[in-house]
Write a protein that binds this ligand. Structure first.
Ligand SMILES: [Zn+2]
Length: 124
């Protein structure tokens, strides 16, 4: 697989601290070692110690992961997902087309009482 370290370095510099903390913790399993090193280096330069990275990981304890241990990403932002819920797929972000079962973070999940449909049948 092509891995452009310079592109990653630029991306890391432009990313928010919260995004980097997520990548160094819950998304770590899906990240190349070289990229992870850049992320940790950038976090250090922003004043985040290894201990504060661990502390951040503890705040993300409820995230949903795939089989590799990588956190699922919210469909509406880069944050890790904590629930799977039905959301409307909207045309141009406005017209509701069809509901889909999607991953959502703490900020974008809807309260449980708004859930009207049961989860889809699991394929296994
Ligand atoms: Zn979100």
């Amino acid at each position: 697989m092509d891995f452009d370290l310079n592109r990653v370095r630029l991306n890391v510099r432009e990313s928010s601290t919260e995004d980097l903390l997520d990548r160094a913790t819950v998304y770590r399993a899906g990240i190349e070692q070289e990229a992870l090193a850049l992320i940790l280096e950038e976090l250090r330069s922003r004043g985040y110690s290894a201990a504060s990275v661990v502390q951040h990981e503890q705040t993300r304890a409820g995230v949903l992961c795939d089989d590799s241990g990588t956190a699922m990403v919210c469909v509406r932002c880069p944050k890790p997902a904590v629930v799977q819920q039905w959301v409307w797929h909207r045309l141009f972000g406005k017209v509701p087309l069809f509901p889909r079962y999607a991953y959502l973070c703490e900020d974008h999940r809807t309260p449980a009482e708004n859930e009207e449909l049961p989860p889809p049948q699991s394929a296994g």
